[in-house]
Design a binder for this molecule. Sequence first.
Ligand SMILES: *[C@@H]1O[C@H](CO)[C@@H](O)[C@H](O)[C@H]1NC(C)=O
Ligand SMILES: *[C@@H]1O[C@H](CO)[C@@H](O)[C@H](O)[C@H]1NC(C)=O
Length: 286
Amino acid sequence: MKTPIFVVIFFLSSNFAHANGINLDLKSDNSQPPSSPTNEVYQIGIDLGIINPEKYPLEAFEHDDQNVFKDLYKEYLSLYDDQIDYEEWLIMNNFGILPDTQESLLEKKSNVTRSNNKQKFLNTVRTGDILITGNGIGGLVGHAAIMTTDNWVVEMPGGKGWQNGITSNNRRISKSAWYEVFKAGWTNVYRCRNNAAAKEAASWATRRYFNSKGGNTKNVHITYKITTNTAVVNTSYCSKLVVQAYHYGTGSRKVIDTSKLNKIIVPTTVPSYFLSGYTLRNIGKF
Ligand SMILES: *[C@@H]1O[C@H](CO)[C@@H](O)[C@H](O)[C@H]1NC(C)=O
Ligand SMILES: *[C@@H]1O[C@H](CO)[C@@H](O)[C@H](O)[C@H]1NC(C)=O
């Protein structure tokens, strides 16, 4: 098994798939089927400990690779100066896999599960909970939002024209409406183990991303754009809103790992930003 360090160095030695193709051509022994680039990339995910093949089989990866990742990666390249390799981009997005459950955010659910789970979701979510689901936007895999009360979700949903910025993209919707929008996939619910911090983050998210006085009509307008600046509120995007709320909204508490700030915040990795005492519990997927 390769060590992670070996694999990373290997990426930096440039075009991985191409180099590998040359190796295959030189092989005289054809006893093994030639490995496709997709297989290679999948194997890297396994070697890095990101992919558990029992929870995310090769066939599922091949499907997501063709139908989701390639397009999102192209979006990413079109938006950033940072021209990273496809493999590096997948690692940055953790292959769309939640680190704690090792489950893919892109997993779909049956229609029966959808209707059964809605009521459970509505009964479960509470103020400060973080919702993470599969719909990608802006070159990143997944979407994140925060429960600002037991009933309302505040989010930056993104949408058409996100490359140039979307004015007034922030919104508050009911938890029921949110579930309807994302019901084709799973919504993963995460809860900060410090209840006071969760309430503070929720209140901050309301005031900075919905109504400056904590009221019920929108009077704050935030432009959607993905940048590495995590210190400003305008512009913003989904996972940045969530991490900011727990960082700036919780006063002197040390909730968020500041060494991870001022980089793009990938939705799947939001739980990894939380420091001990404030770590997120996975409440379930709905
Ligand atoms: C689920 O419902 C949608 C419409 O609500 C329908 O188009 C689709 O075929 C259904 N899928 C299954 C697996 O029943
Ligand atoms: C955010 O920027 C937009 C466009 O520049 C502006 O219209 C909006 O008022 C700003 N919002 C806040 C809260 O400053």
